[in-house]
Ligand binder design. Structure first.
Ligand code: SF4
Ligand code: SF4
Length: 462
């Protein structure tokens, strides 16, 4: 590769050699893949905006309340006590991402990432609608501030801010639930200063990202993008330029015969359409979000010069170099085995997960008491978390031992979606004990069902 062609490595496409921002004006994509992505984005947007409204038994189907550390995923409540599940789920997700990326490259970025969906399928389309094509946008940016320019820019940014406000509210609905969001909007502002503050903050952040920061979220900030160089290998399916077919590239002459030259006619259609401003013909680059716009652009050029589609296509480095089909490598097999193991473990833990979680500890700083009749008494603290959406009355019962449990207070009902705490005594006859430190098991019962068994210690005399 010539030194001139290698210069793309010196800086990212969105900055000049002095590090100043270069604004990208991509040509509006057109083609089969762009249409497919548009329809797919409608489905994803519907899911994204519909999920906060979906309820199961009157409760949100999805809630990611990081403030109160409470999560509801498809109707199942997760508490801080389920932290081990959270760690395992994160680990599974990481392995899934590694596996998925090593096979399909950045397919997720181009087709399903909310940043790409909102930027390319919502904000960018509004921009084309108001400011026109890429060249019109460029002209408008360079033009003096006439009435027409002020009108177009004000209209665009007002709509952008309105949409950012809606997206900010959507995010808030995922965090605090849609009902709480409605309260924040309808109650007097003084009652929800924090909620309103976050609403404003999210709106500003989203406006900043979609109106100004744009593709830099993918090329500079996104950690997934940064990981591409270690996740991809020569067998990964990526958006790739077939350099064997395309080179030696040169501008086409009228009625030129392609049998003795490369198929790339150096028209730059693939570069002009790229939302991250790169030239895919330079090979796989970190900035490529696999949006497929260059595939559509090149295919339409190939139509014009009567050549087959696919000079830029989904393919792997090895397939382009050596031909053949996608290979299931040892690396993929290893990840698949790891992922299957984690998914199985996750499923078992979820299925066997208890709806009630109890912690029983001897009250610290207390000793046992002994009555004249030889009954030994210990004091305990009980804390029970109810992960369901109904109140659960509970009873405590000693297992394998004769003895009595005396709860402080009349009834023990764990409130729905909440925690119950109390203290209680356990009385056991001295004859039942075998040492100073006896292991005992307590059953938590609701109705006829044993919800949980907790093992703890019971102190006694020598
Ligand atoms: S669109 Fe196709 S033909 Fe045109 S420069 Fe890109 S790769 Fe070459
Ligand atoms: S190189 Fe092609 S697939 Fe990659 S970001 Fe640019 S247009 Fe999208």
């Amino acid at each position: 590769m010539s030194e001139e062609k290698k210069s793309f490595r010196d800086s990212i496409a969105t900055t000049d050699e002095h590090g100043r921002r270069l604004w990208i004006y991509p040509t509006k994509p057109k083609g089969k893949l762009y249409s497919a992505r548009t329809y797919f984005s409608w489905v994803l947007l519907l899911i994204l905006f519909g999920l906060p409204f979906l309820k199961i038994d009157g409760h949100p189907a999805m809630l990611l309340n990081i403030i109160e550390r409470k999560f509801i995923i498809f109707g199942i409540v997760f508490w801080p006590q389920d932290f081990h599940l959270f760690v395992l789920a994160t680990l599974t997700l990481v392995v899934f991402i590694v596996l998925f990326t090593s096979v399909f490259g950045r397919l997720f970025c181009g087709w399903a990432c909310p940043q790409t969906i909102f930027m390319e399928m919502v904000f960018r389309k509004i921009e084309y609608l108001i400011e026109g094509s890429a060249s019109s946008q460029k002209r408008l940016a360079a033009a003096p501030w006439t009435f027409s320019k002020i009108f177009k820019k004000t209209l665009k940014h007002s709509i952008f801010f309105g949409l950012s406000f809606v997206i900010g509210n959507l995010l808030l609905a995922y965090i605090v639930s849609i009902d709480e969001l409605v309260k924040i909007i309808t109650d007097p502002p003084s009652q929800h200063m924090a909620g309103l503050g976050f609403m404003f903050l999210f709106s500003i952040i989203f406006y900043g990202v979609f109106a100004w920061f744009r593709e830099q979220a993918c090329t500079v900030v996104c950690p997934y993008g940064r990981l591409q160089s270690v996740l991809l290998d020569n067998n990964s399916i990526i958006v790739a330029y077939d350099h064997k077919r395309g080179e030696e590239r040169k501008i086409v002459k009228r009625n030129e015969d392609f049998s003795n030259r490369g198929h790339c006619i150096d028209c730059f259609a693939c570069v002009k359409v790229c939302p991250t401003g790169i030239d895919i013909r330079n090979g796989t680059q970190l900035e490529c979000v696999n949006c497929t716009a260059c595939i559509d652009a090149c295919n339409s050029v190939m139509d014009k010069v009567n050549l087959p589609h696919g000079l830029i296509r989904y393919s792997s480095g090895n397939i382009i170099e050596k031909g053949g089909q996608f290979k299931f490598t040892g690396r993929i097999l290893g990840y698949t085995i790891g992922l299957t193991f984690l998914l199985t473990l996750m499923t078992v833990l979820l299925v066997t997960r208890s709806d009630i979680e109890a912690t029983i500890l001897r009250t610290s700083g207390t000793l046992y008491e002994e009555s004249d009749e030889g009954i030994i008494r210990n004091l305990y603290n009980l804390s029970v978390v109810n992960k369901t959406f109904k109140d659960v009355p509970i009873e405590l019962k000693l297992k394998h031992k004769d003895g009595k449990i005396i709860l402080v207070g009349n009834s023990a009902v764990v409130p729905l979606d909440g925690r119950f705490e109390t203290v209680f005594f356990i009385e056991i006859s001295k004859e039942e004990l075998y040492s100073t430190n006896n292991v005992i098991t307590i059953e938590l019962i609701s109705g006829n069902e044993v919800l949980e068994e907790v093992t703890t210690n019971f102190m006694g005399p020598r």
